[in-house]
Design a protein around this ligand. Sequence first.
Ligand SMILES: [Zn+2]
Ligand SMILES: [Zn+2]
Length: 556
Amino acid sequence: MSSAAGDSKQIRLVPLGGLGEFGLNALVLESEGRLLLIDAGMLFPPAEMPGVDFIVPDFDYLAERREQLAGIVLTHGHEDHIGALAYALAVAPVPVYGSRLTLGFARKRLQERGVSADLRALQPGSPVAIGPFRVHPIRVAHSVLDSMAFAIETPAGVVMVSGDFKIDPKAPAEERTDVASLSAWGDRGVLLLLADSTNVEHAGMTPGEDTLVPAFEEIVGRTRGRTLVSCFATSIPRMQRVADVAVRHGRPLAFVGRRMVDNTEVALDLGLLRIPSEQCLPAQALEDERARQAVVFVSGSQGEPFSALSLVSVGEHRDLAAGPGDTVVLSARPIPGNERAVSRLIGNLFRLGCDVVHPGTAEVHVSGHGCQGDLLELLRRVRPRYLVPVHGEYRMLAQHVRLAVAAGMPAERVLLAENGDVLRVGASGVAREARVAAGRVLLERGGTSEIEDLVIRDRRHLSFQGVAVPIVVVDRQTGQLESTPEIVTRGIVDTQEANELALEAARLLERAMDERPAHERLDSELTRERVREELRRFFKRRTQRRPVIIPVVMEV
Ligand SMILES: [Zn+2]
Ligand SMILES: [Zn+2]
């Protein structure tokens, strides 16, 4: 890698999240001492983090430079790009720029947290100056409408950010990627391209949303009862197509689930989702006769435990029931980690007697991210001097590098970077600087209290190893045992065995307590320690487990 030390005009690139993982997209661009934050996304936690409700990037890097932050730009309205906005604004309350729909979604999230913000709408073709950055929004196709790429003019050159995108050349003009703009920027010269890597492992071009219409026509046409369609609550282009199918079949429409209702309200208000109002039913009217053949958008395609569709699947939803004659369409793929929950959901729905259609059985879902063909077309049009793959796990970033090199980019100009890596890029070369802290913050519902890693470790330990609570009653004066110790265990062995084990452990403790040296007897801290140590060894020997041991020593 060539040195850029003598280069006066340079930008710095500091990824705080999203490089080496899915979600948490947050990338800092620095020029002339000013910072621009591109996206502020969150991540829903994996199953092995019990009790964690969501995860946001660690914004310490921004906190230390809050005076220098010029603004935040949002590429689109998915949670992995806007979900941490409230936290970024808490660190530095700067203006936030995004498309109307993106800001509409963001505004709802901020209102829920009681955060006010200076939100400024962007229009494709109308650039804005944010500090030393001149940001040109470019429309791109994605699973949420009003998504944007940015061409950002800096003193060092143009930085292009693809955002999440696919090309989808057959989509209507207001959804389609503006490939002419991409080529025009390529002609002007782009220093650095940051490109989506999500689907780099798939060959060909990502199909367009329109390819789903025949399957929905067929499903709605043959369903005698209701058609429940579950997709992400942000999938406005898909909802538009399904709504059009419903209208063609004379079926009324309804929306169930909080996010589904909120988001469609925003999109309807902005005229980005067009459904005749007489065609829409409120959720409370789903019991009515005319709702018997409704098409209902329901949140919960990922099998989230308390989502509307999960409640429907066990017959516990307040407004909506499903049964024989109804069809449920899962119009989304399970996010890695959710497969089992989704599979259970499908089973429960079949148990109710309804038909279930999912991407494994019909063409009811397409990805919003470009495959290799889309990525190569982006590269061909933009022809950047440098490429940094973003949005994806390390394996995707690495394969994006290979794809670009195979397509003819010089290997030294394709840069593999992870969260916290700092790249300095100028016309004369690239340099890597010392890494910065780029971690994650784990949050409980409400998002006010931060959870320590230690707490998560304890919860995991509890869930894998179980817990034992020995209760020891000693005489305050003599330190002698007052009675045989009692031991309560959970999650170590089955009930029958647990009783025997507890009795055995109690006898062992009784003996150990009696054999204590005199100096230990009157010290409750030493007693507790002794109890813990004896039991730790006992459980290890007898069960090969290391339960959490919480000794209770009562002095009477
Ligand atoms: Zn994304
Ligand atoms: Zn997205």
